[in-house]
Design a protein around this ligand. Structure first.
Ligand code: HEM
Ligand code: MG
Length: 266
């Protein structure tokens, strides 16, 4: 670990002396670094990953639609329409009106996009819902019993967290939109780090995203050769919903996801 930091440090110095003489701290895009004092992060592990690698601004601030599109393209090869469906609501979390950008910590505003029953964060009732929470995350891991996460185990983890949260948090709240978004988050990590056709992803990649907020390149992952689209995200998310063991929720969610797809394509 130390040698990696040293190598990265030297790399940054090399870049600085060649092209950016005034910014010896400016790491090249793609290089991972933990956030520094004053740099903000979010309750979204993947946005934090992209900021840690410098695909998003490392300070986590002033993210515009253009910046998000480029970050998603360069970091994960996600199509601009994939980026936009996630970016557009994010701008509304900016506490100032009529903004075209957001900061990562704006996303922590409870019950806008941030919701209860997360996979790796405690509910806002208990703790800071932005930061990684070991207890919650270990509960999630109990649903991943093999080294591959598939739509069934991913759905079980999602539902498991919703159920334990609703049983324990006296202020538990998750409306249909947030439920739908939360399934979309699960669809997104499988799509970006795994395989669309089979709906599977190696567990160790998912763990690296959550635990280190780092792209799992050293585990053999690379971004897809073809851009992942919003239509694929909807399709995969639907398959996860179809694999939940709660028929009532399945029925409710089917309406939600279809509505989303219709809005997008008609
Ligand atoms: C969670 C926003 C892109 C994966 C979240 C949360 C927010 C958010 C606010 C917190 C919800 C909660 O758990 O309370 C965004 C925005 C994005 C974006 C604004 C784009 C502009 C992505 C992408 C991926 C992703 C591209 C994966 C490829 C996830 C996952 C979670 C999550 C897996 C669940 C974390 C957990 O349950 O602990 N996102 N996200 N997100 N996001 Fe994102
Ligand atoms: Mg949450």
């Amino acid at each position: 670990m130390h040698s990696r930091i040293l190598v990265l440090g030297l790399g940054a110095l090399g870049t600085a002396s060649a092209s950016r003489p005034c910014a010896p701290h400016a790491l090249p895009e793609g290089t991972w670094a933990a956030p520094k004092e004053g740099e903000v992060r979010s309750p979204c592990p993947m946005l934090n990953v992209l900021a840690n690698h410098g695909f998003l601004p490392r300070d986590g601030k002033n993210i515009s639609k253009t910046i998000a599109r480029a970050a998603f393209k360069d970091g994960l090869n996600l199509d601009p329409d994939f980026s936009d469906i996630m970016f557009d609501p994010a701008v509304l979390t900016n506490p100032y009106p009529n903004q075209t950008t957001f900061d990562l910590d704006h996303l922590n505003r409870h019950n806008l996009l941030e919701h209860d029953g997360s996979l790796s964060r405690a509910d806002a009732y208990w703790d800071d819902s932005q930061v990684f929470n070991t207890t919650v995350y270990e509960e999630t891991l109990t649903y991943f019993q093999t080294d591959t996460v598939d739509v069934k185990s991913a759905a079980a983890a999602r539902m498991g967290r919703v159920l334990s949260s609703s049983r324990t948090n006296p202020e538990y709240y998750l409306n249909a939109t947030a439920e739908s978004i939360s399934f979309g988050e699960t669809g997104a990590y499988i799509l970006a780090l795994g395989d669309f056709e089979t709906g599977t992803v190696p567990l160790e990649r998912v763990r690296m995203m959550f635990e280190e907020e780092r792209l799992p390149t050293e585990l053999g992952w690379s971004k897809g050769t073809e851009a992942a689209t919003a239509a694929q995200l909807f399709n995969l998310t639907q398959r996860i919903i179809d694999n939940t063991e709660f028929p009532a929720l399945r029925a409710r969610m089917n309406g939600g996801i279809h509505a989303g797809v219709m809005a997008k394509h008609h």
